[in-house]
Design a protein around this ligand. Structure first.
Ligand code: UT7
Length: 332
């Protein structure tokens, strides 16, 4: 019997309707369109405005899109993993609520937290459940309502992030398609450089922490940028070399959408032309856990069975890594 590999068999995505453009941001903080575009590549991002709606809403919409497009019965799903850095609330697992809301009544679920690498690490986790032979349909959703943790008076962070959700379905494959290899890394040296100080167990919420704006994302952008550029390129190069892949063999790079300059540097180290790099940062910004599946959703129609795809991400912690996957189907 051939080895079971874990293939992606369907994708879905969702972004909220409200568009926060660079021009609108110019009226909110001391910034300008030219600075944002040249430093990050971002022109606009989507924001979930409606009160009472959290990350679960984005995740549910993305999952429903996948279920509808692929004609999947939610009752057949064995497991739902929600990759997110912005759960609806502490303790009550957001993924569990999402699974119930989409009708995945026979699934178990949990959230997976690895900052901007949550979805990449989630791909690794989902694949292991499939490869074990015990589970047949694992739904991996990446969703973040970044606007819930961003200070819209801080120009260093508010220009970067957006809200969104994306989903992929993993199923067993016996033709060798799906996840081939992964190289995942972490380093606690990153903790001071990208974090939220309050609201966790070290500094629980209080009137003082709210007054001090300590519930918002703090990022030392320059330091994170330096680590992201070298580490994302290193792991992508590594996964190529240990699988005997050249730039010619790789059909697509699916990079975390944090900054176009980081993506360009990674693609250049991999010897990949622009046409092979999935990019949607200009319209969504950095949606944290949703960047990779939203890329797949946008580019799905261009993907062909057997395509060699390298995923790469970098995020808070620090967390980073790359994953090599063979695409399993032709669209239409
Ligand atoms: O997804 C998780 C991982 N996160 C990342 O990968 C993000 C990594 N970091 C970055 O993408 C970049 O560091 C940023 C986009 C956040 C910032 O770009 P940068 O080129 O590193 O800018 P900088 O922080 O070094 O700031 C350069 C200048 C500063 O002015 P001075 O000190 O040179 O006078 C800033 O005050 O640009 C200024 N600046 C701005 N100007 C206009 C910072 N933010 C803005 C702004 N608009 N929004």
């Amino acid at each position: 019997m051939s080895k079971i590999t874990a293939a992606i068999t369907a994708v879905g995505g969702y972004v909220p309707e409200y568009v926060l453009t660079n021009q609108i941001l110019e009226t909110m903080v001391d910034t300008n369109d030219e600075w944002i575009v040249t430093r990050t590549g971002i022109k606009e991002r989507r924001i979930l405005k409606e009160e009472g709606k959290g990350t679960s809403y984005l995740a549910i919409q993305a999952a429903k899109d996948l279920l509808e497009k692929s004609n999947t019965d939610p009752k057949d799903i064995d497991m739902v993993i929600l990759a997110t850095a912005t759960p609806d609330m502490p303790v009550a697992v957001t993924g569990v609520y999402v699974a119930s809301q989409i009708g995945a009544v026979n699934a178990f679920s949990y959230d997976l937290v690895a900052a901007c690498s949550s979805f990449l690490f989630g791909m690794s986790t989902a694949a292991k459940y499939i490869e074990s032979g015990r589970y047949k349909k694992v739904l991996l959703i990446g969703a973040d309502k970044m606007s819930s943790i961003i200070d819209y008076e801080d120009r260093a962070t508010c220009i970067i992030f957006g809200d969104g959700g994306g989903a992929v379905l993993f199923e067993p494959n016996e033709e060798g398609m799906g996840v081939q290899d992964e190289f995942l890394r972490t380093d606690g040296v990153g903790r001071p450089h990208l974090k939220i100080d309050a609201g966790g167990s070290i500094l629980p919420a209080s009137a003082e922490t709210v007054a001090n704006k300590q519930h918002y994302v703090f990022q030392d952008g320059r330091t994170v940028f330096k680590f992201a550029v070298s580490n994302m390129a290193d792991v992508s190069e590594k996964i190529m070399s240990r699988n005997g892949l050249t730039g010619e063999d790789v059909h697509w790079l699916v990079p975390h959408q944090a900054n176009k300059r980081i993506i360009d540097a990674t693609a250049s180290r991999m010897n990949l032309p622009e046409e092979k790099v999935m990019m949607n940062i200009h319209k969504y910004g950095n949606t944290t856990s949703a960047t990779l599946p939203l890329c797949l959703n946008d580019y799905e129609k261009q993907l062909k069975k057997g395509d060699n795809i390298v995923f790469a991400a970098f995020g808070g912690g620090f967390t980073w890594g790359s994953l090599y996957l063979k695409w399993a189907y032709n669209s239409n």
